[in-house]
Design a protein around this ligand. Structure first.
Ligand SMILES: Cc1cc2nc3c(=O)[nH]c(=O)nc-3n(C[C@H](O)[C@H](O)[C@H](O)COP(=O)(O)OP(=O)(O)OC[C@H]3O[C@@H](n4cnc5c(N)ncnc54)[C@H](O)[C@@H]3O)c2cc1C
Length: 638
């Protein structure tokens, strides 16, 4: 963590100085704002935390509830989400309070007596192998608390406006009278709490993000269709503390018995557990009556499935009954493809545009990635760094991800609901669980070529950083002090682009491609630094450029590195010592990032988006291609 560069900081360095609209933020919802977020669930709160890093953007987030969420539904946090928490600065703290899923065990009928269950396999959870970040269980309410803290501690100082609900909106088309104010989205809201409860008012925004969950009013207001339906299968879900003789009570388990199925997930704190209990097929004429199943019936069913083990439920923290539904919205913004010229004004994220069963633990995770995808795009456009056309990439990138999620969840939930006689191989569920790990972990998303994702013509220079996938970190050492660090963990969710320059290794007396590239970057009028960094801003305000050398740190002299990797920033003009890295292996750093990520020994440039996805891989010798890439998606400096 870097601080003191604006002068000595005596308090918590995680609290960034307020700036721009974060200074004297008005308590009252203003009449006009740049971005209005509707809903403070995981998608909306991540979006708010991201936009707090853009202090020249007026962002407000309205929430129907009168205060913080007390009891959330979601609890399964996938490794990509923990990686995202790291970028927002709270991964370590949330890991400490969460339950870490280390193993998943599988149970089935005992062949000798099919009325009893026995353990059929133990598997290490996929979280261990796929990432340096774990697979966690922690209440959604705590996730929201951490994002609320990040939003409040960012320079924009954003806090939810609780007790205000969205009622409806009208988008005034460009050129119409209503659009001339510069805030073309007219939004009707109503106070739901406090002295003004019941009062309606109209506010205006440049952009609206509908993060208002499965029954989204924003979705209805823009006429989008939520397509799909419910399957005729019901599940009970309960968060309980119990006394039991079931030996795997503190291990995640899929239990398949003659009496039905359970997905059992231990939760944070050492006592609480969540159980998804199969309530079986629902009659066609049931008309959702199954949702009235009492908790006593769900507990009795759980005991039947677990036989010969028993559950003595001592407290029920929460329970619900649901039928599995799979729905995805036809488009995630208010523009259709035949209006390609017009930029979208209203966006849908999270459950507002994709809903599915809870058991794969995906909804909150994918919703947060929707927010991450949209946040930097809105921030860049409103603050004048990027053209409005950037906003069309949101729906284009996230709609296919939602469709893949629905397809995956359909397969997982139907596997989970099978009867024992339908299972020929007892290892099948375990094989599916581990074999598909990259998808549920959140690492399979790969964005296709677009204005912000380059083509794969130079992919061979860095095969371990697939273009369109998230940047997978690896260990390196700081040259300044030899400390071993994770390169990717230095990429904070601060809205900046990362440009990693992996050095070539010229023989003594030969020219260095890295040095030539760095010279171009710092002096050429075509350099993205010169073209797109706002006048008067720090040299690394938009592009955080880092160098990674092939030699061990003790064979390098940081003061000889090109100056673009040692910019002088902040009001005191201090040299940044933490942008120059050395590859291992060394005593502490066991891996060589060049080997581990398939990086050419002739060097490579890896460009990473503000949301952590690899945007391009280029040779050090082709700076014009780098210039062209950014010219296609950014606006020249103001
Ligand atoms: C039983 C269960 C278990 C689950 N387990 C998991 C899990 O383990 N892992 C996982 O990833 N996902 C899980 N999910 C799914 C997860 O809860 C959702 O996918 C996630 O909460 C969606 O986030 P969101 O921000 O899109 O919407 P939500 O969390 O629904 O938030 C929407 C917010 O908008 C507010 N709102 C709604 N309408 C208005 C309005 N008109 N005006 C103002 N505010 C409004 C709501 O009050 C709410 O705060 C589970 C879901 C269920 C039901």
């Amino acid at each position: 963590m870097q601080f003191h560069h604006h002068g000595y900081v005596s308090g918590d360095p995680r609290v960034q100085p307020a700036a721009g609209v974060g200074v004297d933020r008005p308590a009252e919802l203003p009449d006009e704002m740049d971005v209005l977020i509707v809903g403070s669930g995981p998608a909306g709160m991540l979006l708010a935390a991201q936009l707090s890093q853009y202090p020249d953007v007026v962002t407000r987030i309205i929430e129907r509830r009168d205060g913080r969420l007390v009891l959330g539904q979601a609890d399964g946090i996938q490794p990509r989400s923990v990686e995202t928490f790291q970028a927002f600065g709270f991964a370590e703290r949330i890991i400490a309070e969460a339950y870490n899923i280390g193993y998943m065990n599988f149970w089935g009928p005992d062949p000798a007596d099919r009325s009893r269950i026995v353990r059929t396999s133990r598997t290490e959870d996929y979280g261990y192998k796929i990432s340096e970040f774990p697979h966690l269980i922690v209440n959604q309410a705590r996730v929201l608390d951490y994002f609320a803290e990040a939003a409040a501690h960012g320079p924009g100082r954003i806090a939810p406006d609780y007790g205000i609900e969205f009622v409806g909106l009208t988008v005034h088309e460009a050129g119409s009278e209503g659009a001339t104010s510069g805030y073309p989205v007219e939004v009707r809201v109503r106070y739901t709490a406090g002295e003004r409860a019941g009062e309606e008012r109209t506010v205006r925004a440049k952009y609206v993000a509908g993060c208002d969950g499965a029954r989204s009013g924003v979705r209805d207001a823009i006429g989008r269709k939520h397509l799909g339906g419910f399957s005729a299968h019901a599940w009970g879900v309960m968060d309980v503390v119990v006394n039991t003789d079931f030996p795997d009570w503190r291990t995640k388990c899929a239990i398949n018995s003659e009496a039905g199925n359970i997905l059992h997930i231990p939760r944070e704190g050492g006592y609480l557990s969540r159980m998804y209990i199969d309530l079986g097929a629902v009659a066609e004429d049931d008309d959702h009556e199954v949702r009235k199943t009492p908790i006593e019936a769900i507990i009795a069913k759980a005991n039947d499935i677990l036989h010969p083990y028993t559950l003595d439920v001592r407290d029920v923290a929460w329970f619900s009954v649901y039928e599995v539904g799979h729905r995805v919205t036809d488009h995630f913004d208010d523009r259709s493809s035949d209006e390609a010229d017009a930029a979208p004004r209203v966006f849908l994220t999270g459950d507002a545009c994709h809903t599915h069963s809870a058991k794969a633990g995906q909804g909150m995770n994918v919703s947060m990635q929707d927010g991450f995808n949209l946040g930097w795009k809105l921030g860049s456009v409103v603050s004048g760094l990027a053209p409005e056309s950037l906003l069309s990439t949101y729906s284009a990138e996230r709609q296919p991800v939602a469709q893949q999620l629905i397809d995956f969840d359909r397969e997982w939930s139907s596997l989970m609901a099978r009867k024992p006689e339908e299972i020929s191989d007892p290892q099948e569920l375990a094989t599916f669980y581990l074999g598909t790990a990259e998808f549920p972990s959140g690492f399979m998303t790969q964005y296709g070529p677009s204005m912000i994702t380059g083509d794969a013509s130079h992919q061979s220079l860095a095969t371990g950083f697939p273009i369109g996938k998230r940047f997978k970190s690896s260990q390196v050492s700081f040259v300044c002090d030899g400390n071993v660090v994770h390169l990717g963990h230095h990429a904070k969710a601060d809205g900046r682009w990362r440009v990693y320059a992996f050095a070539d290794a010229p023989a003594a007396g030969e020219a260095s491609a890295l040095t030539d590239w760095a010279e171009w970057l710092s002096t050429s009028p075509d350099s993205p630094l010169a073209r797109f960094t706002p006048e008067g801003a720090d040299a690394d305000a938009v592009f955080d450029v880092k160098a990674i050398y092939q030699q061990p740190h003790d064979q390098l002299d940081l003061t000889l590195a090109p100056e673009v990797f040692r910019p002088k920033t902040g009001p005191l003009g201090l040299t940044d010592w933490e942008k120059v890295f050395a590859a291992g292996p060394s005593y502490w750093c066991r891996t060589d990032i060049f080997e581990e990520r398939g990086i050419s020994r002739d060097g490579a440039v890896v460009v990473v988006r503000p949301d952590g996805y690899v945007a391009h891989v280029l040779p050090l010798t082709a700076p014009a291609e780098l210039a062209e890439f950014f010219a296609g998606q950014m606006l020249a400096r103001r």
